[in-house]
Design a protein around this ligand. Sequence first.
Ligand code: BTN
Length: 246
Amino acid sequence: MKIGGKIIHFSSLSSTNDVARELSLRGEEEGTVILADEQTKGRGTKGRAWYSAPSLGLYVSLILRPSRPDLSLLPLAMGLACREAMAETYNLKVHLKWPNDLIIDQKKVGGLLIESSFSGSRPLYAILGFGLNLNHETEDFPEELREKAISLRQACGRKINREDILNQLWPKIDFWYGMFLAGQDERIIQSFEEHHLFPRGEKILVDLNGQEIAGLFDGFSRNGALILLTSQGRHEFTTGEVSLKK
Ligand code: BTN
């Protein structure tokens, strides 16, 4: 089925990822989308909550059934799709921050949460969840996020229509998912690096559950891990939170 060919719309639910997972387990086809106006238990990465105010943001989960067993580049490919849709629709500079943040003007405009299940080494499903800040004004964000978050409306100075961005997203996801399935790994990694918030050679910090490791950013490995050159040598991270070292 086409990506976005079937959209199941809820006015309110717990988390689009949770509903998408339940539907996947009941055999729902690849390409089906769960869309919500509001989430009461929106989830972010690392067990965090995802602030999901009614009608201000985009809360979407897409069911995928990848034939490729290794999903390590899927987050990068899907980040590229979301970045491209936003940048082209609104003529904005949008960056990616490894592994799953979408950034405008150094602030977070959205994030991805991909959750998958396997039978042995075969993926049964992968849920691509993404949240984008669409029409928030500063006071719509909780106080602790106001310095760090931005909405598309704030970035481009006009009201954002949810259907417009969704219609741009499906062909972009289709394209980058196709690249992923076709094993176009170099292209994915190169494009991700090209649009990454900071370039190779920058001094960065990788926060690994509270432990900060400093080094020089040296791009991404073939499986999408972040490469850090430290005084101890070369390290690859498959998880962690990165920031510029001040
Ligand atoms: C992040 O921490 O940056 C990832 C945020 C992902 C949020 C989206 S909103 C739609 C989907 N449903 C969820 O519960 N989370 C994701």
